[in-house]
Design a protein around this ligand. Structure first.
Ligand code: GCB
Length: 625
């Protein structure tokens, strides 16, 4: 054995042990229980950390584990950070200092963004990348600082000035950590270990039909809130009592006897509530002359909460959503869902959507199609989407990435799915546009799966019992020439939704108008997907696969037969725009894009777009189809 290695090893072990003891003394509380999500980060004072960040690609996770594969986190000593842990962001102070990473001179990357698109050499990269940002900070007296991430795909370890502040799993939902004590006046830095490695027991699992965009994919900011602040609230129309606005509010601390005021000026509502021992209060107030939120008139009210020094404003629409037999009722009236599916991807730039402009582009296309409903597939999209949908009058289906073959018996996987579900509901529960929470997409029927999905339904109903629950299920075989919609999970949802690809994945599209369907449950039905691939600009005839003509014919045939499906309350064809997918290699046609979009990767409309638009125009006008 090489003696110097041996010595080094002994020294290193000793140092580690000392470090571990010091670290244990400093951080003797287990640090990273998930912190509650703060409600409405849009209208709070904040410092944006968007823009250029330094990054270091780290396929061996060298900055996270030592050479014995032990995480530096386990024994890290901030007073003596060493030269290994990248999150320490150490700079050599002397010419003899050896530090083998350097954020200052490292290449820069955009936040929000996806490295697979921004950095050519990282197009196919899946693994760890370290992000670092320096920033100036001015702490505000009497205030707390909360570091907020809109989303990081998929796993994030977060460090502020070299100290770990938290960890998050799940690529499409927000998270935050209170960092008041870690920030100082002047220069500060934040480091995030981002890891988009696909894992079998993750949510989603290793197999998806979309691009695994790695990076800090949504905004990052530091919120500054008063010491005691309005942490959470729900404001909505009661399901049971007409024109009653009801809800709850929770302060950041479990303090009884605090006064919280709800103000909705236009309705002349000003009510002061007193918190209970948990720092919470609830209310139910009759509103006179309420204008309800509707797709035809998306009316929003200014809603303001005030407690102590804290004031937070929101814009909230009031509506009810329920089912009755095979109908979906919006404000008590039947609504037919003229829908479309979307991924959270900008087809022109091939990156994740993250901005208000992106949201406008997507919804403008949806409006041009004359839709009133959008399925945000297959994971929660960024918050601009529900906020803008509230303003534009578009109904939304939101879902979590419980997609295909999830590890159903794994309790960690279930906890993960519940975590993502809770974060989605927590973020969007005050958005009138959101009417459906979807539990899953095309999951194979088994007892284990049923139990898993039932557990998600229970969690959803506990969090928000005012919206409808569904899942994109499948067609389960044929009986006597009739296609069966009979997934046993149908028993637990409010709306039976199913994807079907007759004419694409099997079957002949010319037969579609004559197909027979049977739905096991007497509930409203949404066909949550159907579609065919076409390369924009490829014109041939309606029998030639991949041509725009075939896709247009496919749409005509499907639309000619879709109303034969019993209890049909609407549908969302697959999909508004072409999107990147590693499952789609066909050269010169797909080139790693799923081509089922009605709009191409360049942003051009295919023929089928106009077929669907014509159908929706007629449907809206109530004229003969
Ligand atoms: C599906 C999936 C969707 C796919 C689509 C397709 O059923 O739900 O994620 O992208 O089919 O294009 O095959």
């Amino acid at each position: 054995m090489n003696p110097s290695i041996n010595n080094y090893t002994t020294m290193n072990t000793l140092m580690r042990k000392i470090g571990a003891i010091v670290c244990f003394l400093i951080l003797s509380v287990p640090a990273f229980a998930q912190e509650a999500l703060i409600q409405n980060t849009y209208n709070r004072e904040s410092l944006s950390l968007n823009g250029d960040w330094s990054y270091i690609i780290d396929p061996y996770e060298n900055g996270y584990y030592d050479y014995r594969r032990e995480p530096f986190d386990n024994y890290f000593n901030p007073a003596n950070p060493g030269s290994g842990a990248y999150f320490a962001n150490v700079k050599p102070a002397h010419k003899t200092d050896r530090v083998e990473y350097d954020f200052t001179n490292a290449d820069k990357i955009k936040v929000p963004g996806s490295w697979s698109v921004e950095k050519e050499q990282m197009h196919w990269y899946e693994g760890t990348v370290w992000y670092e940002k320096d920033f100036l900070f001015e702490p505000k007296a009497g205030h707390k600082s909360i570091l907020y991430f809109g989303a990081v795909n998929y796993e994030a370890h977060v460090y502020v000035n070299g100290i770990k502040v938290g960890h998050h799993i799940g690529g499409f939902t927000p998270f935050n950590f209170e960092v008041t004590k870690h920030l100082k006046k002047g220069n500060n830095f934040v480091v995030v270990k981002v890891d988009n490695t696909r894992k079998k027991d993750a949510v989603p699992t290793i197999n998806t039909d979309w691009w695994n965009h790695g990076g800090i994919t949504r905004e990052v900011k530091i919120l500054q809130v008063p010491e005691l602040y309005v942490a959470d609230y729900t404001v909505q129309l009661s399901k049971e009592q007409a024109n009653v606005i009801e809800g709850t509010v929770a302060l950041s601390e479990q303090k009884a006897g605090e006064l919280v005021t709800l103000n909705i000026p236009e309705l002349k509502i000003k009510k002061t509530l007193t918190t209970d021992a948990e720092g919470k209060a609830s209310f139910a107030i009759k509103a006179k002359k309420l204008t309800k939120w509707h797709v035809d008139k998306p009316y929003l009210y200014d809603v303001q909460w005030a407690a102590g020094q804290d004031v937070v404003n929101d814009r909230v629409g009031f509506r009810t959503i329920e089912v009755s037999g095979s109908d979906i009722l919006l404000n008590g009236e039947k609504v037919y869902l003229r829908g479309i599916c979307m991924h959270e991807e900008n087809p022109i730039e091939g990156r994740r959507n993250y901005s208000l402009e992106d949201a406008r582009m997507m919804f403008q296309w949806a409006k041009e199609l004359n839709t009133n409903f959008v399925r945000l597939a297959h994971y929660p999209h960024n918050e601009h989407m529900p906020r803008l949908a509230d303003e534009l009058g578009i109904l939304l289906w939101e879902e979590i990435p419980v997609y295909w073959t999830i590890d159903w018996t794994n309790t960690q996987t279930l906890a993960n799915a519940k975590g993502q579900l809770s974060e989605m509901v927590q973020r969007d529960k005050n958005r009138a546009s959101v009417i459906i929470w979807s539990m899953a997409n095309e999951t194979p029927v088994s007892e284990e799966r049923n139990q898993f999905l039932k557990a998600l339904v229970t969690t959803t109903r506990e969090l928000d019992n005012s919206r409808l629950i569904s899942a994109a299920m499948e067609v389960h075989g044929e009986e006597d020439g009739t296609k069966m919609i009979s997934d046993p999970f149908g028993e637990y949802v409010d709306i039976m939704s199913f994807n079907q690809y007759h004419g694409w994945y099997g079957g002949d599209i010319k037969d579609f108008p004559n197909l027979k369907w049977a739905v096991k449950y007497n509930k409203p039905v949404i066909v949550s997907e159907w579609g065919a691939g076409a390369k924009y600009g490829y014109r041939a005839d309606d029998q030639t696969i991949w041509s725009e003509d075939y896709q247009a014919y496919f749409y005509e045939q499907t639309l000619a037969g879709i109303e034969n499906i019993p209890n049909l309350a609407g549908f969302t064809p697959w999909i508004l725009a072409d999107f990147r997918s590693p499952r789609r290699p066909l050269a010169n046609i797909q080139d790693m894009w799923n081509r089922k979009g009605l709009i191409s990767d360049g942003g051009f409309k295919k023929q089928a777009f106009f077929v669907l638009k014509k159908y929706y125009d007629k449907k809206e006008a109530g004229t003969n189809l």
